[in-house]
Design a binder for this molecule. Sequence first.
Ligand code: NAD
Length: 365
Amino acid sequence: MVHLWLRAETKPKEHRAALTPSSCRVLIQNGFQITVERSTERIFNDEEYEQEGCTLVPFGTWKTAPSDAYIIGLKELPENDNSPLSHSHIFFAHCYKNQSGWKNILKRFVQGNGILLDLEFLTDERGRRVAAFGYHAGFAGSALGLDVWAQQQIHPGQKYPSVEHFPNENDLITYVKDRLSKAISVKGYTPRIMVVGALGRCGKGAIEFARKVDIPEENIIKWDLEETKKGGPFPEILETDIFVNCIYLSQKISPFLTKEMLDLPRRLSVIADVSCDNTNPNNPIPVYTGNTTFGNPTIAVETKNTHPLDVISIDHLPTLLPRESSEQFTNDLLPSLLELSNRDTAKVWVDVEMLFRQKASLIDS
Ligand SMILES: NC(=O)c1ccc[n+]([C@@H]2O[C@H](COP(=O)([O-])OP(=O)(O)OC[C@H]3O[C@@H](n4cnc5c(N)ncnc54)[C@H](O)[C@@H]3O)[C@@H](O)[C@H]2O)c1
């Protein structure tokens, strides 16, 4: 019997879950045993899991789980703990691309004989990721981009306040629609929003949000590789109000915008940088530094122009809609989870374990 142990997330303002109550129902019907750590932060109540037949245990007790249980979560393990890891862990570890601290986390697995089955690297036969949060990242990035623009019109000069997650998508749409309608009556026009990386997961989500708040199709400018192949910088971006960057950066490209361009007359007043490549040497938007947070969502870019320019660069945007983003992610993950019962032969798990062994061999224990 496969035993999954849902770890409670510890990152501040993280309300998403790697397993939803409805996915637990399907897994239990298929003979899985599921243990859930109690959490007051998770968007789904403990009782919802209990009703599906999960066993509830105290917060943060995964270290005491039976050795054959898979510990499943989304974000990082609690910080300030360097103890060896002995279980098989399924989560986004962010340690395979030389990110800061990558050696420390891998070392813990090596020392404890544990295994990392990283969610980011679960791929199907065609090499495509089986589950990702991109759609809701773009959806949330577009929502915040439009709302920051609304704030600039309704309360000029006032900093955009901290943001809390929304209980569901409809509440977010209603809220932004209302703010946009006030802003449009002040400004006298409907904003133009430009999505670059429009054909990808994040791009599709960004476009869909703009449609859901009734931005007319001609005001949603959609660019992907075809439109950027001539090479940046692109003065066209300055003619839009909100620029949502959703590209997957895989090589050196010329910048989309430069700092000098922002001194020119422009309509652009909001950049929602969903891709958040600001620490990458090939960052196509080198006009700001550092990420923003839900507590402090925008950075104001200083220019010689009096027109404002606010940047949103939050690296866990799907948290704005924890319910829908968790449901969509877990539904996509479910077929692979069901294959855990043949873990030794299921390609998706064999490949991701092999990747772990390769990466682990790069560090000294
Ligand atoms: N901020 C967040 O919370 C968050 C969450 C999820 C993903 N992301 C990031 O968003 C980015 C996009 O993820 P995705 O899942 O949508 O990727 P994806 O591969 O589904 O889509 C990327 C799109 O970008 C396009 N693209 C690549 N280079 C381009 C260029 N130079 N010009 C124009 N278009 C270009 C591709 O053709 C593709 O359509 C990634 O960097 C990912 O890490 C951020």
